[in-house]
Ligand binder design. Structure first.
Ligand code: MD3
Ligand code: FE
Length: 203
């Protein structure tokens, strides 16, 4: 196993239970406006096991025909995404050390059997900005390697309230979610895990 990449900042338990409850309520309000959708992978047309939605002026989407991209509208409702909640913008400005607001907050929802395969986040145009990740609900096993798909990787459990900042050299690291541990948190009442990632798309 490999050491964690340089510039990977792990803040376990950054949000206390009260902050997690409040943030989840805020996320649920956004999801009520912008329902979770099932992303479809380009070329193969296979559905991802994670369901998603976004907040912000841009959101990450994928479908068979047009592939991975950021766009201003929800792919199903065709409405603009809800605004990024102020509490998340505050966290970004406290932690990200980047002067502009993020345009996108990707909301990933994992049921007990959902996974996310090893990938790089390269659909943004601005790699100088970090990605800020917040985990809520069930613990997951997270895997992170280097800038090449093969080669050593480190594993880490991410639990409810944990925050990770991917900056500098870790920004283009391959990473994925290997498994969910059902029943490890009471926050989502057995529904699974939510991960929020704040992203700057344009320089
Ligand atoms: C490392 N999400 O949405 S968050 C994703 O838990 C994604 O839902 C995972 O990978 C999740 O793209 C992992 C932690 C994370 C996010 C972005 C990264 C790790 C990263 C970008 C570069 C390197
Ligand atoms: Fe990612």
């Amino acid at each position: 196993m490999k050491e964690l990449p340089e510039d990977f900042v792990y803040l376990p338990g950054y949000l206390d239970r009260e902050a997690q409850v409040s943030l989840l309520e805020t996320v649920r309000a956004g999801v009520a406006e912008a329902p979770l959708f099932t992303p479809i992978m380009p070329k193969t047309g296979k559905p991802m096991s994670v369901r998603m939605t976004n907040f912000g002026t841009l959101g990450w989407v994928t479908d068979k025909e047009r592939g991975y991209r950021y766009q201003p509208m929800h792919p199903v409702t065709a409405k603009p995404w809800p605004a990024i909640p102020p509490v998340l913008l505050d966290m970004w400005h406290r932690l990200a050390n980047y002067p502009k607001d993020p345009e996108a907050c990707l909301v990933n929802f994992y049921g007990a059997d959902a996974r996310m395969g090893l990938h790089q986040d390269r659909d943004e145009k601005e790699f100088a900005a970090p990605v800020l990740s917040i985990s809520l609900g069930d613990t997951c096993l997270f895997r992170i390697g280097g800038e090449e798909r093969t080669g050593p990787a480190a594993s880490l459990k991410l639990s409810s309230g944990d925050v990770v900042l991917l900056a500098g050299k870790s920004r283009l690291a391959f990473h994925g979610v290997t498994r969910i541990y059902p029943g490890t948190s009471t926050l989502l009442k057995g529904e699974g895990r939510v991960n929020l990632t704040l992203r700057r798309v344009n320089p």
